[in-house]
Design a protein around this ligand. Structure first.
Ligand code: SAM
Length: 245
């Protein structure tokens, strides 16, 4: 990582109240592996150092705002892609037990190899679909938190994530700006699957100023057995929602 990149990362961390100085070597290695992996296979659209630092590393850490991940253990990252937000979280919060999940095997292979190279023993990646894990007794009602960044519209996320949570567990969703239509559908869908939207927090990404929204949905009661529906159905027939994802 260049000195300019280090400076960006530290400034981004400062804006979130996190001193990333002790983690500079891990993030530098993550950057190197991501650039190397992206040259071999299509892992992420971002290829430039400043973009990766701000839009992947710092952006991933914005889900620590509000303290929703403090004092918890089992955290599943649905649709982790190349490992975001799971890998930055695992670096900064080693006490979290993280399960990054993606339906694309090559992405999970990258996450597994990268976690091993970084010595992150708190990361257990899994190839799978959220719809299947949500009906698997090993995973259903098993997690304290679900984190999810840039995967689907809110009503879809509610159906995919809530079955995986223990009661009083939280879905922490990192999104861009959200329309009132999507939010209303997300509220109704959350109620349908046993949860409630508790927090809608608009903020801007440090340094770049891009609009972001952190949404927290609490699971209040068990999710009806019919949810999540079969793979693909939540996306094609989202609960209470006809908009674009
Ligand atoms: C736009 S990428 C976002 C990746 C990562 N969260 C990030 O912020 O960089 C969405 C990822 O979600 C995965 N995905 C979408 N639907 C999924 C599902 N139902 N189960 C598991 N993975 C899913 C895709 O394979 C893709 O890698």
């Amino acid at each position: 990582m260049t000195p300019e990149g280090q400076d960006l990362l530290l400034r981004g961390g400062d804006a979130l109240g996190i001193d990333l100085t002790p983690h500079l070597p891990a993030f530098a290695e993550l950057l190197r592996l991501l650039l190397e992996g992206s040259a071999r296979t299509n892992l992420t659209a971002l290829k430039e150092e400043p973009d990766i630092i701000l839009k992947h590393f710092v952006d991933s850490l914005t889900c620590l705002q509000g303290g929703y991940l403090h004092g918890v253990q089992r955290v599943i990252d649905l649709g982790t892609g190349a490992g975001f937000p799971a890998l930055p979280l695992a670096i900064v919060q080693p006490e979290l037990q993280l399960v990054p999940v993606d339906s694309t095997r090559k992405k999970i292979e990258f996450v597994r190899a990268t976690a091993a190279a970084l010595g992150l023993t708190n990361v257990n990646p899994l190839v799978g679909r959220a719809e299947e894990l949500g009906q698997d007794p090993e995973h259903r009602q098993h997690y304290d938190r679900v984190v999810v960044r840039a995967v689907a519209a809110l009503p879809i996320l509610a159906e995919l994530a809530l079955p995986l949570l223990k009661e009083n567990g939280l879905l922490v969703a990192q999104k861009g700006p959200i329309s009132s239509e999507e939010l209303n559908a997300g509220r109704r869908a959350s109620g349908e699957v046993g949860g409630k939207v508790q927090v809608v927090d608009p903020f801007t990404l440090p340094i770049l100023g891009d609009a972001r929204t952190l949404i927290v949905i609490e699971k209040l009661k068990p999710t009806p057995a019919k949810y999540p529906r079969k793979p693909g159905v939540p996306n094609h027939q989202p609960l209470f929602w006809n908009g674009n994802t």
